[in-house]
Write a protein that binds this ligand. Structure first.
Ligand code: BEZ
Length: 189
C-alpha cells in the first residue's frame, strides 16, 4: 500500500499565513511544470545532493515494482542546483497530491545567482519513509531504472528528461549524468 503524505504535509506547515512562497525544484519540477507560477529563477541549496534513491510506485513504477526518482540526501559542503518557483500557496494542494508518495515539505534557505537568499520550501523524501529505496552502484540503479515503468511513463525517460533539463541550464550533476550514460550503455547492448 503506497504511503500518502498529503495529510502530513497539510498538518506540517500551515501555509495560511503566506500568500506567496518560494519552492525549490530539483527533480521533475525542473522539467514538468504543470502549475502556474509568479516567477522562476535558477537557484541552489546547500548541504544536499540529488540522488535517485526514492521509490516511485505512482509515477515511474507500480506498487509491485517501484521505479526510482530523485530525492535529496544530506552531504556536508554539497550544493544542489535547481530552479526556484515563486508560487501562491494554493499551488501546494496540487503539488502535495503530485508528490504524495513519501515527500514531506521542508523549510530551506534558497540561494539565487545574484547572492540573494530566501526562506522557502522543498519536497524531500528521507530514509524513514516506506518508499525509500536508498543507494546502489550506478550500474544497479540504471538496470533498475531501465526495467521500471509507471503511469507517468518509463523510468529511463525520467532520467533522460532530467539530464536534458539540467544540461540546458548548464548544471553538471555527476550522479544524473552517470545514470544517463549507464542507461544509454544498456540500451546499446
Ligand atoms: C522536485 O523536483 O523538486 C521534486 C522532486 C521530487 C518530489 C517533489 C519535488
Amino acid at each position: 500500500m503506497p504511503i500518502d503524505t498529503q495529510a502530513l504535509n497539510r498538518g506540517r506547515h500551515s501555509l495560511d499565513n503566506y500568500d506567496e512562497l518560494w519552492l525549490f525544484g530539483y527533480g521533475s519540477l525542473i522539467y514538468k511544470v504543470d502549475f502556474p507560477y509568479l516567477s522562476k529563477e535558477p537557484a541552489h541549496i546547500h548541504g544536499y545532493q540529488r540522488r535517485l534513491w526514492q521509490g516511485s510506485s505512482d509515477h515511474r513504477g507500480t506498487p509491485d515494482s517501484p521505479g526510482r526518482v530523485a530525492t535529496l540526501t544530506p552531504v556536508n559542503g554539497a550544493v544542489c542546483y535547481g530552479i526556484a518557483y515563486h508560487v501562491t500557496q494554493e499551488e501546494f494542494e496540487h503539488l502535495d497530491h503530485r508528490e504524495k508518495n513519501g515527500y514531506l515539505r521542508e523549510e530551506i534557505d534558497i540561494f539565487f545567482q545574484n547572492g540573494r537568499k530566501v526562506r522557502g520550501l522543498v519536497y524531500m523524501a528521507t530514509p524513514d519513509n516506506e518508499a525509500f529505496l536508498g543507494g546502489a552502484t550506478i550500474e544497479e540503479l540504471a538496470q533498475h531504472i531501465f526495467n521500471s515503468s509507471g503511469p507517468s511513463g518509463d523510468n529511463k525517460d525520467y532520467v533522460y528528461e532530467l539530464a536534458k533539463a539540467l544540461r540546458a541550464r548548464g548544471v553538471v550533476d555527476e550522479h544524473v549524468l552517470a545514470l544517463e550514460q549507464a542507461l544509454l550503455k544498456i540500451e546499446s547492448r
